[in-house]
Design a protein around this ligand. Sequence first.
Ligand code: SF4
Length: 344
Amino acid sequence: MPEVTISSLRPRVLSGMRPTGKLHLGNYMGALANWVKLQNKFECYFFIADWHALTTDYADTSNVVPNTMDVMLDYLAAGLDPERSVLFLQSKVLQHAELYLLLGMITPLGWLERVPSYKEQQENLANKDLSNIGFLGYPLLMASDILLYQAQFVPVGNDQTAHVEVTREVARRFNQFYKLNDAEVLPEPQVLLTPSPKLPGTDGRKMSKSYGNTILLTDPEPIVRQKLKTMVTDPARIRRTDPGDPDKCPVGDLHKVFSSPETLANVYEGCRSAGIGCIQCKGWAADALVQVLEPIQARRASFSEPQVKEILEVGSSRARARAEQTMEEVRSAMQMTAACETGR
Ligand code: SF4
């Protein structure tokens, strides 16, 4: 495997995903496609947050490893390049746990309890007992993930800016208590807002695994076409002869993201005049999706499992080296090294 060369002069970004299984078009448009572009401008660290998977799914861990392989394959299939980015597995970099523990000492409970997703998730996942420390500490583990690499930017969608805000607060509090040679150790990261188009699932709600309405990056063409056939449309268009409105139709939203301007113009014209039927329109949307998915699926097929494991191994080793640099500064600033140093 070639040595990764990453310019340390570029600003550093870090982001990751939980290994929840195969990724879908919503993950691609909301994050991955943007990450692929960031590789040209930033020093990129992208990881699979396998410890985060345990914050809600601690009772059955049997899917963590297969899901990790799936997410990593999807990262590579989407175009993340191990020669330009550090691609790693969180649990292979134990410094995440060390920093999480140390930051836990200075983080007030109230900061974690008021993160919006804390209450929301407890309500959404009412069938799970989430009254555990791991779940409450989830935003702090996320803060540790970011601060461990002294990342300047975190690419996130609108719904995740609260997590970056907690990270900034934790960094500020750390820097108030501890300094290294009068300098701050943990920079406050900035949000790099990811432009994410509206991407509905087959039922018209936001595409999400928990709704069971996704189109996966791995779905073969017949499945994509089948899923599109069952997709909901403008509710006002009941009969073929009724005019419809693509702006009120989830299929119209897909066209806006994936279809050419010519096709989109035909959709608007044909839908509003009842000149086309929904079956035909959905066929055009499926054509556009298949065009996007084909190269992704071809790249996925070009990686073997041993290759993927090696990429994760090499990336995790590079991440460990970078993480250890930060931890040396953190330990020194907190004066947590003196007791065991013999001076020899
Ligand atoms: S023609 Fe297309 S945009 Fe119009 S309602 Fe049917 S599926 Fe939706």
